[in-house]
Ligand binder design. Structure first.
Ligand code: GLN
Length: 567
């Protein structure tokens, strides 16, 4: 029977529960256990698909098309666990199921209540995670203990141990131990209160993970343990990592978290320590890059790092694969809409990436970014909306269709180079449906995409409504806009490239959902390689000009505009 670990958070939000769960899963997986991960989000939206990325961060998409919370991205980057539609439930989805059943008459006239109906439904969702081959299910409860919305979930996980036996469950609580500058002390009181609140509900945490800026002394851990009724060795400090979240599993392993879990569950056959060799190599490469590349990400939610989380992470992975420090400059697309905006702002960039998005804000700026990359031979990577912008730019500036657009932005354009399939084929009810999840693509032999993947059949995740308009295929192809990836039935354009350009690839899907730190996504890897190579070439040209005195204008690259964000 599967063992269950429930992870709650206390004191404040944004403590990194997702990373902690992912790290724990990674350590257990590397001990040979089959681990599955699940997150409950207590908000009332049925899924995060409709939520604003500026508020909630990116919508992370799974193979099966489920639109999920971005924490599931951490789960996939740290582990090989398979995620599916049971891996993320919101209160909204739980209530939707219950209300549908009620309308259907399934409750036979009973009064529907939080206890037992909502809690039973939550428990059913937890049970669904445990397949016959599953050893451990880790369930993360979103939000903070004390939130009104979270109560049904806490009640359900309390009952869960009664149903399956306490020896099959562990409660892990993640809290904050803040450092007060004025008192020059770490403070344990918020943690005591948070655990106190859990105990009132009937949950006694077995393991306490304390996020802190400074190391916890043994005395401090003893004190926390005493007040929170937790054995000393199960009070684990998780000190802030200055460098990278990918260090967290290593530090939790050093603090013996995985050993403790194995022991508490009595899983003695898994007492061999996990093999972290490849992970340690990856960290060493991350810390000691030998090259640099400045990459501009041109989007519209630039103040919210989480809005393009997987894009930034994938660039970092590609940097690791190329021993390159990737410096990311977050460019607000609207700033490129002024005269010479792209020339002024993108000057000095070694690569330009336009990520996915919805709606017309910033579109013209993104198109300017594409133009700048195309005209100046700067490596360009377009993702989903980024590919659509690349198509529109080419139609306007190379094919001469001045009004080219997507019907998402301009319903009445005479050159709808991007539109819905239903508009192309005059089919009625396809409209409005989103293409979600994994689909196959066949790549053209010899294309940049083919070279990157090293194979011609790939599977990638989608989340979009609009497509390349097939009525324009011939004209684009004739002028050097290569349609290098198509759906196997040949109907949908998935990948495009430019013929006479060092590296210009744009894809209709979302490769960022399949990149891992130890295994960079092939397209991100090649994009960063091309950007790095451009920088190296430019640096040597500048050095040569400076030595020969041939170019008085030449400035060392470091004097050029530098980037604001470094992975
Ligand atoms: N808005 C575009 C579409 O729906 C692109 C979506 C995206 O970038 N994820 O087709």
């Amino acid at each position: 029977m599967a063992k269950h670990i429930f992870v709650t958070g206390g004191v404040v939000s944004s403590l990194g529960k997702g990373i902690t769960c992912a790290s724990m899963a990674m350590l257990l997986e590397r001990r040979g256990l089959k681990v599955r991960l699940q997150k409950f989000d207590p908000y009332l939206n049925v899924d995060p698909g409709t939520m604003n990325p500026a508020q909630h961060g990116e919508v992370y998409v799974l193979d099966d098309g489920t639109e999920t919370d971005l924490d599931l991205g951490h789960y996939e980057r740290f582990t090989n666990a398979e995620l599916d539609r049971h891996s993320n439930y919101t209160s909204g989805r739980i209530y939707q199921t219950i209300i549908n059943k009620e309308r259907h008459g399934d409750y036979l006239g009973q009064t529907i209540q939080v206890i037992p109906h909502v809690t039973d439904e939550i428990k059913r969702c937890i049970h669904m995670m445990a397949k016959p081959e599953t050893d451990i299910v880790i369930t993360e409860i979103g939000g903070t203990v004390g939130d009104i919305e979270g109560l049904p979930f806490l009640e359900a996980i309390r009952q869960f141990a009664l149903d399956v036996g306490k020896h099959n469950c562990l409660y892990v609580h993640l809290t904050l131990v803040p450092y007060l500058k004025a008192a020059q002390e770490l403070k344990t009181k918020p943690t005591q209160h948070s655990v106190g609140m859990l105990r009132q509900i009937g949950i006694q945490p077995d393991i306490l993970i304390c996020r802190t800026e400074r190391d916890l002394s043994d005395d401090m851990r003893k004190k926390i343990g005493l007040f929170c009724n937790i054995e000393n060795r199960a009070v684990i400090a998780e000190k802030d990592r200055d460098f990278s979240v990918y260090e967290v599993p290593v530090s939790l392993h050093e603090k013996k978290l995985d050993e403790l879990i194995i022991e508490k569950f009595g899983l003695t056959q898994f007492s061999q320590p996990p093999n972290l060799d490849d992970w340690m190599k990856m960290l060493a490469k991350l810390k000691n890059p030998t090259h640099e590349a400045n990459i501009a990400v041109v989007g519209k939610y630039m103040e919210t790092h989480d809005a393009y989380k997987s894009i930034y992470e994938s660039l970092m992975h590609a940097g690791i694969a190329n021993s390159t420090r990737v410096r990311i400059t977050k460019v607000d697309a609207e700033d490129l809409e002024d005269d010479h905006g792209a020339e002024n702002i993108l000057n000095g960039m070694d690569g330009i990436l336009v990520p996915g998005g919805f709606g017309d804000r910033g579109i013209e700026g993104k198109i300017q970014a594409v133009r700048y990359a195309r005209e100046n031979n700067i490596p360009f990577f377009g993702v989903c909306l980024g590919m659509q912008c690349a198509t529109i730019e080419f139609a306007r500036n190379v094919l001469g269709y001045k009004d080219a657009s997507s019907t998402e932005f301009t319903g009445d354009t005479r050159s709808p180079v991007i539109c819905m399939m239903s508009e192309q084929e005059k089919v009625e009810n396809l409209g409005g449906t989103m293409r979600l999840g994994q689909y196959p693509t066949e790549l053209l032999l010899g294309s940049k995409a083919y070279e990157a993947y090293g194979t011609n059949l790939i599977h990638e995740r989608h989340r979009h409504r609009y497509e390349f308009n097939n009525n324009f295929r011939a004209e684009f192809s004739e002028k050097g806009f290569i349609l290098s990836g198509l759906s196997p039935d040949g109907k949908l354009v998935e990948v495009v490239e430019l013929k006479n350009h060092p590296w210009f690839v744009a894809v209709q899907y979302h490769p960022e959902f399949k990149s891992k730190p130890t295994q960079a996504h092939p397209l991100f890897r090649e994009f960063v390689r091309a950007s790095r190579d451009r920088r190296r070439l430019q640096a040597s040209a500048v050095a040569e000009a400076l030595t020969n005195g041939t170019n008085k204008e030449a400035k060392p690259l470091s004097d050029q505009r530098t980037a604001s964000y470094s992975c």
